[in-house]
Design a protein around this ligand. Structure first.
Ligand SMILES: *[C@@H]1O[C@H](CO)[C@@H](O)[C@H](O)[C@H]1NC(C)=O
Ligand SMILES: *[C@@H]1O[C@H](CO)[C@@H](O)[C@H](O)[C@H]1NC(C)=O
Ligand SMILES: *[C@@H]1O[C@H](CO)[C@@H](O)[C@H](O)[C@H]1NC(C)=O
Ligand SMILES: *[C@@H]1O[C@H](CO)[C@@H](O)[C@H](O)[C@H]1NC(C)=O
Ligand SMILES: *[C@@H]1O[C@H](CO)[C@@H](O)[C@H](O)[C@H]1NC(C)=O
Ligand SMILES: *[C@@H]1O[C@H](CO)[C@@H](O)[C@H](O)[C@H]1NC(C)=O
Ligand SMILES: *[C@@H]1O[C@H](CO)[C@@H](O)[C@H](O)[C@H]1NC(C)=O
Ligand SMILES: *[C@@H]1O[C@H](CO)[C@@H](O)[C@H](O)[C@H]1NC(C)=O
Ligand SMILES: *[C@@H]1O[C@H](CO)[C@@H](O)[C@H](O)[C@H]1NC(C)=O
Length: 514
């Protein structure tokens, strides 16, 4: 009797021990599943951070240094068709928007030097090729536009001594300089000899501004930039990945009144710190913009090859007046008066020329600036907004349309007879759209993997672990409960258990080995 009970206890405890082990394993599976759910994305993050970091020889570095993309710049020119009536009869200026004149670009980072502290320096090269087939005209088209060097000089002389203005008038008389110039599109963009700049170069001391004798809106832009940029590679701090540390050795501009406005810590527009959210404000620094431009989340879009992306655009008050956007006060160091709402004064970066930037067709500015001209259609956000689509996980720009209009803020100067009838006006010259349309398949494929695989992998692995854990747990508990029931029946009526009963109850496969 005693020995039989002992055998039973021994049997059942070994039997139970086995199923308790299964319970432990299944709980292990469940715990591991929870760990996967919690930490999988962090591991993916670490892998992505490692992959995007700019290191010599990696694919990400190659794509960054020599992007396998063809950016396109489309340029629209406001041709003035009634220049004489505007000057002589005070007619409303009529402009004819010509274009697009299309250039394809090739970008490459030159002379790349790595530094110890997780930064690298380079010079940006941009080569422009005129694309006749996409353009609505040729580079030889003749256009009539305001004479920017002349009107800059006259507008600047507004507060100078009167005799200086009179002297200026006679010089302009001798040189036959007129307030409007007739130049080809190629000349307007890439440079033509300007008598005033030539004169200035000869007479003004060397160290004072205006280093060129040619004038062109994109003069000297075809080739390698002299500006040396130092950017963060992401090796030391991934949150600064792709951001500019120094521009020509300086970490701040000196034009404005606060560090916030002088900061150059923005992206060049190609790569951004990874893992952005919809709350992230990204910044783009461009030297011609003369500041860094903030961009905020606008909407989710599907960029090329079905990759989901976030569209970032400048906030509506980005160029707002100080009343609308107090943050802009520091961009007006000599103000008031400051640039009107919707315009940004870049004269400090343009040798004091009164150049104001805006969005095309005066988008976001008071409509009265547009209706001061005939021939400019109302702005359409679809066509005239500035945006960039970024793959938020990797921080790569997928597509972009950087749209900017260049305007000249002319001040009337009565003493200079050539421009005496040129009223105070903000005159649009050109607008352009620098765009990135799609990335090559090799890049989008990788991004597709990076965005779609991790969630699927996480769900799959977690699902398998949870499923396996749950099934094992259920079986084990069921077995344990059954075992416990039988055990209690054994204990209640030990004498009535027969050998045959036992073998019937416990399948052979479950008989533990002694
Ligand atoms: C620009 O306007 C002028 C008249 O002011 C005209 O002669 C010229 O043909 C126009 N250019 C183009 C390309 O239409
Ligand atoms: C401009 O004024 C001149 C002379 O005053 C006149 O002959 C011409 O018709 C006017 N043009 C326009 C467009 O009003
Ligand atoms: C590359 O940059 C370094 C550091 O600024 C400079 O000394 C060197 O001359 C540059 N080399 C070329 C080929 O531009
Ligand atoms: C990193 O080193 C470079 C070169 O020595 C220097 O110009 C740059 O300011 C440094 N950047 C930081 C963030 O320390
Ligand atoms: C830019 O320079 C390249 C050669 O360096 C030349 O082939 C191309 O025509 C130039 N583009 C323009 C618009 O001048
Ligand atoms: C540049 O700006 C940063 C903050 O944006 C500030 O800490 C730093 O002192 C400034 N450097 C200079 C040289 O003004
Ligand atoms: C993002 O913005 C929303 C709404 O303003 C806010 O509730 C949320 O906490 C923000 N998230 C982060 C990460 O800042
Ligand atoms: C633009 O800025 C310059 C320099 O700060 C200033 O002299 C000029 O008046 C400004 N122009 C406008 C239209 O605000
Ligand atoms: C636009 O400017 C006009 C005149 O300058 C002014 O009366 C009007 O209130 C302005 N509109 C807005 C929306 O600011």
């Amino acid at each position: 009797m005693k020995g039989r009970e002992k055998l039973c206890a021994k049997l059942s405890s070994a039997f139970l021990r086995k199923w308790w082990f299964v319970v432990a394993v299944s709980i292990g599976f469940l715990l591991f599943g929870i760990i996967v759910v919690i930490f999988f994305m962090s591991w993916v993050k670490l892998v992505i951070n490692h992959e995007v970091t700019l290191r010599d020889g990696t694919q990400a570095f190659g794509w960054w240094a020599k992007p396998p993309v063809t950016p396109i710049i489309r340029i629209y020119i406001y041709n003035v068709t009634n220049a004489d009536e505007f000057l002589n009869n005070g007619s409303k200026p009529i402009v004819d928007e010509l274009g697009p004149y299309v250039y394809t670009e090739k970008w490459e980072k030159k002379n790349i030097t790595f530094h110890e502290n997780g930064t690298l320096s380079f010079n940006q090269e941009k080569i422009y090729y005129f694309d006749e087939s996409q353009s609505a005209g040729s580079e030889d088209d003749v256009v009539v536009v305001p004479n920017i060097p002349m009107l800059s000089a006259t507008s600047q002389s507004k507060h100078a001594a009167r005799f200086l203005r009179l002297a200026m008038a006679s010089i302009m008389d001798i040189l036959k300089i007129k307030p409007f110039v007739e130049v080809s599109v190629g000349q307007l963009l890439w440079g033509y000899e300007d008598p005033l700049l030539k004169l200035a170069k000869d007479v003004v001391p060397k160290e004072q501004k205006l280093p060129y004798e040619e004038f062109g809106l994109m003069y000297n832009k075809n080739g390698t930039s002299q500006d040396r940029l130092t950017v963060f590679t992401g090796a030391s701090d991934i949150t600064k990945y792709g951001l500019i540390d120094k521009w020509n050795g300086k970490s701040n501009l000196s034009h404005y009144t606060t560090d916030q406005c002088n900061s150059v810590e923005g992206s060049d527009g190609s790569i951004f710190p990874p893992h952005m959210t919809k709350n992230t404000t990204i910044h783009i620094f461009d030297k011609d913009l003369c500041r860094r431009l903030p961009l905020v989340f606008d909407k989710e879009v599907v960029a090329s090859s079905d990759i989901p992306a976030y569209r970032f655009t400048p906030p509506k008050n980005v160029f707002g007046s100080v009343e609308e956007n107090p943050d802009n006060a520091c961009f007006c160091p000599q103000g008031p008066p400051c640039a009107p709402s919707g315009f940004f004064n870049v004269s400090l970066c343009q040798y004091d020329s009164p150049i104001l930037l805006s969005f095309p067709h005066f988008y976001l500015a008071n409509d009265s600036y547009r209706t001061a001209f005939e021939g400019i259609s109302p702005p359409d956000p679809e066509k005239h907004n500035f945006y960039i689509d970024v793959q938020p996980i990797m921080g790569t720009a997928m597509s972009a349309k950087a749209r900017v209009q260049v305007n000249l803020a002319v001040s009337q100067v009565i003493d200079i007879k050539q421009v005496a009838t040129f009223p105070d006006i903000i005159f649009p010259i050109i607008w352009f759209e620098e765009g990135l349309e799609s990335l090559p398949a090799e890049m989008t494929n990788l991004m597709g993997l990076a965005t779609t695989v991790p969630p699927i992998a996480r769900a799959t692995i977690a699902g398998i672990l949870f499923g396996l854990g749950a099934v094992l747990l259920v079986i084990a508990i069921w077995r344990l409960v059954r075992g416990a029931n039988r055990l209690s029946s054994l204990h209640l009526a030990p004498g009535h258990i027969s050998q045959t009963n036992k073998t019937k109850d416990v399948p052979m496969s479950n008989v533990p080995k002694y």
